[in-house]
Design a binder for this molecule. Structure first.
Ligand code: DOR
Ligand code: ZN
Ligand code: ZN
Length: 426
């Protein structure tokens, strides 16, 4: 199908085309961008009043297949992504079995090929079984289609293994995506160590547990020359460590997620297990530090860390429920609400962190930019439409979002992948 998208407001943080324009999509690519285009053989999409941007890229999601299909499958996750405006998502390997061999990567790719939503890019594990003892064969994993390496969910505790992994990953041109938390310090604790943990009289996960490992990762990146990416950065001090090492020219990048610039640890008092996530929601000073890091470019990307869990699991008491929250279907609106509609950031700067930057970190060619010749991956959204989050309407199998019942501003209307509509608002 050939589409002519008419009179949308183009935002391309990468290339700088802007303003109200028409776009012709043909053979899976952006064929023409211009004013008053006409093509009688194309189907017209009226985009007046809508923002048109490259399809969103989420570099950090959990799709739970194989092994935990009762939480989410690759197919449902890819559809949830499409509904959220995402055309490319990278999925974490903490499945059962762990994706640590070429056959595992091939399995994810096979399931992804059958899915009708966003394009799925597999991330493979840093260590065998994510046990932190033995590195995997990164050359074979890359050959099979892995786009990055991560033990997310089970942070790497062995600095020597991480150092070896960085050297080997560097040779393959693969980034390591690191969940930074010292396991001994955080154990299986449920919330940030601070006011709320004291009030609830439970042990907490201290900020220093994250910051120590962010510092470790930064120093190892400096020493090895390898690229390291910090997942879901959540404290102000973590941001300042990354800022300092970036200034030195070290190849360190980082992401945060909407929950870390929207909520504080206090949310646990309102929402209990639904507000449980690793790393935990922090303090208002941390939220300020995160927003500062987004504004000055220290934080490169906004990811979701979409972490689906079953309703029964999340209904357990705070200390027994699994950590994580879903995010694919709220991320754009939550980011616009907290960062753009508050006047903190421009629309283009927010979108940069959801398109070209994550595509660049994962080295996904032709993704994250809206230019003639690029893949026809686009999102059309109304940045000003308000809606109340109702998880019952989600494509995801899971409902565990702390945004339920909240009013957000920004509504996805169409998501287009390779020139085909993969989501249209009903
Ligand atoms: O809260 C989290 N949930 N943090 C992680 O690192 C893993 C994730 C999950 O897999 O549920
Ligand atoms: Zn993580
Ligand atoms: Zn994660």
């Amino acid at each position: 199908m050939k589409y002519l998208i008419r009179k949308g407001r183009l935002v391309d943080p990468a290339g700088g085309i802007g303003g109200v324009m028409d776009i012709l999509l043909e053979d899976g690519r952006v064929a023409v961008i211009g004013s008053d285009l006409c093509d009688p053989s194309a189907q017209v999409i009226d985009a007046a009043g809508l923002t048109v941007c490259a399809g969103l890229v989420d570099m950090h999601v959990h799709l739970r297949e194989p092994g935990f299909e009762y939480k989410e499958t690759i197919a449902t996750g890819a559809q949830a992504a499409a509904a959220g405006g995402f055309t490319s998502i990278a999925c974490m390997p903490n499945t059962k079995p762990v994706i640590d061999c070429p056959e595992g990567v091939a399995f994810v790719k096979e399931r992804a090929a059958q899915a009708t939503g966003a394009q799925v890019f597999p991330i493979a594990a840093v260590s065998k079984g994510q046990l932190g003892q033995e590195v995997n064969d990164y050359e074979a994993l890359k050959e099979a289609g892995a786009v990055a390496l991560s033990d997310d969910g089970v942070p790497v505790q062995n600095a020597n293994l991480l150092r070896d992994a960085m050297i080997l990953a560097h040779r393959q041109g693969l980034a390591i995506l690191s969940h930074c938390e010292d396991a001994d310090m955080v154990q299986n604790f449920a919330v940030n160590e601070g006011r709320v943990s004291r009030q609830l009289r439970i042990p907490g996960r201290p900020a220093i547990a994250e910051e120590l490992q962010v510092m470790r990762e930064a120093m190892l990146a400096e020493e090895t020359g390898a690229a390291v990416h910090i997942c879901h950065i959540s404290t102000a001090k973590s941001v300042s460590i990354v800022r300092r090492y970036k200034k030195k020219g070290v190849r360190i990048t980082c992401e945060t997620c909407p929950q870390y610039f929207t909520f504080t640890e206090e949310e646990v008092l309102n929402q209990g297990s639904l507000a449980r996530v690793n790393p935990p929601l922090r303090t208002s000073a941390d939220v300020e530090g995160i927003i500062e890091g987004l504004k000055d470019g220290t934080i490169d990307a906004i990811a979701t860390d979409h972490a689906p869990h079953a309703a029964e699991e999340k209904s357990r008491p705070l200390t027994q429920a699994p950590s994580g929250m879903i995010g694919l279907e709220t991320s754009l609106a939550a980011s616009l609400t907290a960062l753009y509609h508050t006047g903190e950031m421009s629309l283009s700067d927010v979108l940069r962190k959801m398109t070209v930057n994550p595509a660049g970190i994962l080295r996904l060619p032709n993704k994250g930019r809206l230019a003639v010749g690029a893949d026809a991956d686009l999102v059309l959204f109304d940045p000003n439409e308000e809606w109340v989050v109702d998880p019952e309407g989600f494509r995801s199998m899971a409902r565990n979002t702390p945004f339920a019942g909240k009013t957000l501003k920004g509504r996805v209307k169409y998501t287009i992948l390779g020139g085909e509509i993969i989501y249209q608002e009903q």
